[in-house]
Ligand binder design. Structure first.
Ligand code: IPM
Ligand code: MG
Length: 399
């Protein structure tokens, strides 16, 4: 055995432990939640991203400007585009988020982000870290909140995926000890687990939901998942009116496809990688990841994103204007809700329901056989302007 090799691995691990202990100090001293009612202007940054991103971002911006027109006029809200979060620019700087782009992002309170390319081995790009993952960490966006709803099936789930630790935080920091040995690290901290679990319970409490489910693999990943699970049950004691149970990720994945069992789940809280996988499965019931919005929430910043890919082929084939802006508009709707504009949010949700699920006057096919993103956005805005919007929506929902 080569002592030098072992020492190098030990040093690497030592640095990781040091960094993580520092991160814990940061969490302990974190500022409290930003209070948007006291911020003026609230700055919303739009990051187009790659491929179809800028096209669907432009439609999402129109929807936000339509709904928030009074707030924009009064100076309460400002919307701006942020350039440069493209794979070309990221590759040029060999950075998942170039410094000047990050600086612009940090000037905004909240961002709406289009899809971005995640390089992987074999791509023409340098194998830099996913900018989603990097941004979540840089802005400490610890909660990945993903709703999935299929009313006709009785499915109404809210997932609280931990977003800054687990298998992801060290995802680009593993160590190839020798040609034969590769080691990655998974990290759970008490503070990190506490804040996401508390958020899940607070959400349940606020929405009068009587059950929270913790998902881990603590029977096998005993130390880190064990800490997450113990933390979950400890926090559950503060909420005696809410039932708390736990499932292992494997059987949970199975139970989601059991129509008799899956409706019992309401609010789920889980470490990063399990949350990544389970939320893709869950979204499939509602029509796939293209229909799902996703919120990345921290105490100071929040980022809302579409969770599908950037579809470079659509751009290459000249079809980008036919890309469906639906999931990014859904993300914009979550953003508006997060800022506290309940009425605007409800209006947009009803219009989305009518236009995408029921009436479907314009259907997107991704090519010239269907509507363009701009036509669809206009359809949404026309629908929101209908003085009988609520009645129209209720007619559809009640069938
Ligand atoms: C998601 C995505 C990202 C993730 C990828 C693009 C890095 O799958 O938001 O779920 O793994 O978190
Ligand atoms: Mg994912």
């Amino acid at each position: 055995m080569n002592n030098e090799t072992i020492q190098r691995a030990k040093d690497h691990f030592g640095r990781i432990v040091e960094e993580q202990l520092k991160r814990i100090e940061g969490m302990k001293n974190a500022q409290d939640w930003v209070n948007y009612s006291q911020v003026k202007p609230i700055i919303i940054g739009i990051l187009g991203g790659d491929g179809i991103g800028p096209f669907i971002a432009a439609e999402s911006r129109k929807i936000m400007e339509f709904l928030l027109q009074d707030e924009i006029k009064s100076g309460k809200i400002e919307i701006r585009n942020i350039e440069g979060l493209t794979i070309e620019n990221r590759a040029k700087h060999n950075k998942s988020v170039p410094d000047d782009v990050l600086e612009e992002i940090k000037k905004c309170h909240i961002t709406l982000k289009g899809p971005t390319t995640t390089p992987r081995k074999g791509d023409p790009w340098p194998n830099i870290e996913s900018c989603n993952v990097a941004l979540r960490r840089y802005l400490d966006l610890f909660a990945n909140v993903r709703p999935v709803k299929v009313p006709s099936e009785g499915i109404d789930w809210m997932f609280f995926r931990e977003n800054t630790e687990g298998a992801y935080v060290m995802g680009s920091r593993g160590i190839q000890v020798t040609d034969d040995l590769a080691v990655d690290f998974k990290v759970i901290t008490k503070q990190g687990a506490e804040r996401i679990i508390r958020m899940a319970f607070e959400y349940a409490k606020k929405n009068n939901i009587k059950k929270v489910t913790i998902v881990t693999k603590a029977n096998v990943i005993k130390t880190s998942d064990g800490l997450f699970l113990d933390t979950g049950y400890r926090i559950a004691q503060e909420y005696p009116e809410i039932e708390c149970d736990d499932w292992y990720i494997d059987i949970m994945t199975a139970k989601l496809i059991d129509p008799k069992r899956r409706t019992q789940f309401k609010v789920m809280v889980l470490p990063n990688l399990y949350g990544d996988i389970l939320t893709d499965e869950a979204a499939e019931f509602q029509g796939g990841v293209g229909t799902a919005g996703s919120a990345n929430i921290g105490k100071q910043y929040a980022m809302f994103e579409a969770i599908h890919g950037s579809a470079p082929r659509m751009v290459k084939e000249g079809r980008a204007q036919y890309a469906d802006p639906g999931s990014m508009i859904k993300a914009a709707s979550m953003l508006i809700d997060h800022l506290g504009y309940k009425e605007h949010h409800n209006k947009l949700e009803m219009a989305i329901d009518i236009c995408a699920n029921y009436e479907k006057k314009y259907v997107m096919t991704g090519r010239d056989t269907g509507a363009t993103g701009a036509e669809y956005a206009q359809y949404l805005m026309d629908t929101m302007q209908d003085p009988n919007l609520k009645e129209r929506w209720e007619r559809f929902v009640k069938g």
